[in-house]
Design a protein around this ligand. Structure first.
Ligand code: AKB
Length: 316
């Protein structure tokens, strides 16, 4: 039986990986931590939970020992737009949080999942069908921490034999916990505004293409790669995972098939637009498909239908 620790468990991705892991492995085998304890009571009360700063390696080491943890999902990080407002905090949390986890994993023989991102690419990366192994010169501080994180995880694997694994997530779209501080957050907000007000003002240009993924596929990717046969993994820490690529105009058109009155307008945020323009339009994910059978299930049409149905159902 696996004993899992999820660091950053109350965020957009963490709350859903935590829920899925508790269903799969049993609540008492899935220990959660977060820097907050004022949201999502069901998750906090549904099994072991500790309020801990991700950079506090001693506290995390104590939890790992107490609960005989063998697998850590390290999800605590500042996202791209927030990171750009406070680069020093982004470096501190994203790097010192990760290295604290890697040190605990090294000392206790744990496997580690760490998400990288399309943010690990930059303006000199090929924009279309971005290969798995390619130029990575990001221009955002978030991207700098993501590339450094990928390399650090590789280093801990090669030097200390820590079982580190990860994927490069596109923008994640979900309806349980809102995202916070990302460049791709518009693609979530648009559904809530479409249902509530039938209009949305987007902070990116209408023709900005970015990769996106629906939460059930994002959760499946994390669990699937941690359960994958290690002898098949050549890349380990930074698999491209593609699922769908679209721009705000296209997303609006799909929303209109459910809410015909929906309109979209634009007020461009120059910082977020510059970040989005530096990222790929669409990734190629052959390595993930070959090395651990990655095969996403949602596209823009099925995700839009599910998001709108879920949000309407919750408001009914
Ligand atoms: C962000 O927009 O910062 C994140 C990401 C793509 O990593 N959603």
């Amino acid at each position: 039986m696996k004993n899992i620790l999820i660091i950053g468990s109350l965020g957009q991705l963490g709350s859903e990986i935590a829920t899925a892991c508790r269903l799969r492995y049993g609540s008492s085998h899935v220990v959660l931590t977060d820097i907050r304890d004022d949201v999502n009571r069901p998750l906090i009360e549904g099994g072991p939970f500790y309020k801990v700063d991700a950079r506090d390696g001693n506290a995390i080491d104590g939890i790992v020992k107490k609960h005989h943890i063998d697998t850590i999902y390290h999800l605590a990080a500042l996202l791209s737009a927030t990171a750009e407002k406070n680069p020093l905090l982004a470096w501190d949390l994203n790097m010192n949080g990760l290295i604290a986890t890697l040190e605990v994993a090294r000392a206790n023989g744990c496997s580690v999942f760490t998400p990288s991102s399309i943010g690990a690419f930059g303006p000199t990366t090929p924009k279309q069908f971005t290969p798995q192994d390619t130029i990575q010169r990001p221009t955002s501080i978030y991207g700098v921490t993501k590339v450094a994180g990928e390399l650090l995880c590789d280093y801990y694997h090669h030097k200390y034999d820590v079982d580190t694994r990860g994927v490069r997530y596109p923008g994640i779209i979900s309806n349980m916990t809102p995202p916070g501080g990302g460049t791709t957050d518009y693609a979530v907000e648009i559904y809530y505004e479409a249902v509530k007000n039938k209009r949305y003002t987007c902070f990116l240009r209408g023709d900005t293409y970015l990769d996106m993924i629906y939460m059930p596929d994002a959760v499946e990717a994390a669990i699937q790669i941690m359960e994958a046969d290690p002898s098949r993994l050549r890349h380990r820490n930074a698999f491209n995972v593609a699922s769908m690529s679209f721009c705000p105009e296209e997303q609006a058109a799909y929303i209109r098939t459910h809410i015909p009155e929906f309109t979209i307008s634009y007020e461009i945020d120059p910082v977020k637009q510059a970040i989005a323009d530096s990222w790929p339009d669409c990734l190629e994910d052959y390595a993930a498909r070959v090395e651990w059978d990655w095969n996403p299930t949602f596209d823009l049409a099925s995700m839009t239908e599910d998001m709108i149905k879920t949000i309407i159902g919750r408001n009914a």
